[in-house]
Design a protein. Sequence first.
Length: 286
Amino acid sequence: MNVQWYPGHMIKAKRQMQEDIKLIDLIIELVDARVPLSSRNPDIDELGKNKSRLILLNKADLADERQNEAWKAYFQKKGFFVVKVDSRNGSGMKMIQNVIQEACKEKIERDRRRGIKNRPIRAMVVGIPNVGKSTFINTFAGRACAKTGNKPGVTKGKQWIRLNKGVELLDTPGILWPKFEDQQVGMRLACVGSIKDDILNMEELSLWLIDYLREHYAGILSARYEVEEEGTAVEVLERIARARGCLKKQEELDYAKAALVLFDDFRSGKIGRITLEWPAAENEEK
């Protein structure tokens, strides 16, 4: 399955970010903790050269905790500040203010030497679609100041948000990049909902997810659906369809419905805490 999604507004948003980056002290990049590398837009590193960098492993509550720790260490080794967060429930949010001060220590010192006091740190919040930027901003600010939605493409324009005397945030739309060199990246992003479901073949995607879960989280599907995990991925999807009563007329199995059940359960964490890429494998490739 070939996965690509790069609508026109993303090109415009990238150009706007190139302009705004001049005003920025810090880039706060949200990644999906279930796919931390795949959910990083490679353009951000290019845009953010010479800027302080903070990575938030968002949706950490849905990801495998051992892998959260491994990814945190992975990014810290590369020179990023890193915090694990769950924007919806507020977990990890209290640490962020201190980490922002730490990440911008040199800028604050520089201001002090020039006699500039209390100039707020200006941070740009970036990330791909549906990674939770607006939810993070609203939770961090303690009020609703950014539009949220559980589908990609809700934030269309930029907006400045004054958090407190010390920090101003610039919210930006979620942008992908024009072409996924590795189709596995596209599959992972499709699984976590960063690409619109209606342009995807969800049944085919569900077979990829079933194979991944059987390899890395053996037993997790049988625990959730009370089905055997042996055989082909199609046979497992068939068993899930039967177990969940996904039927069309004349008792015919509804594979499309079974695939949606699987993705609802995966994305909401009902299957369990799952990470779709592990840093050890990534390090070996590089």
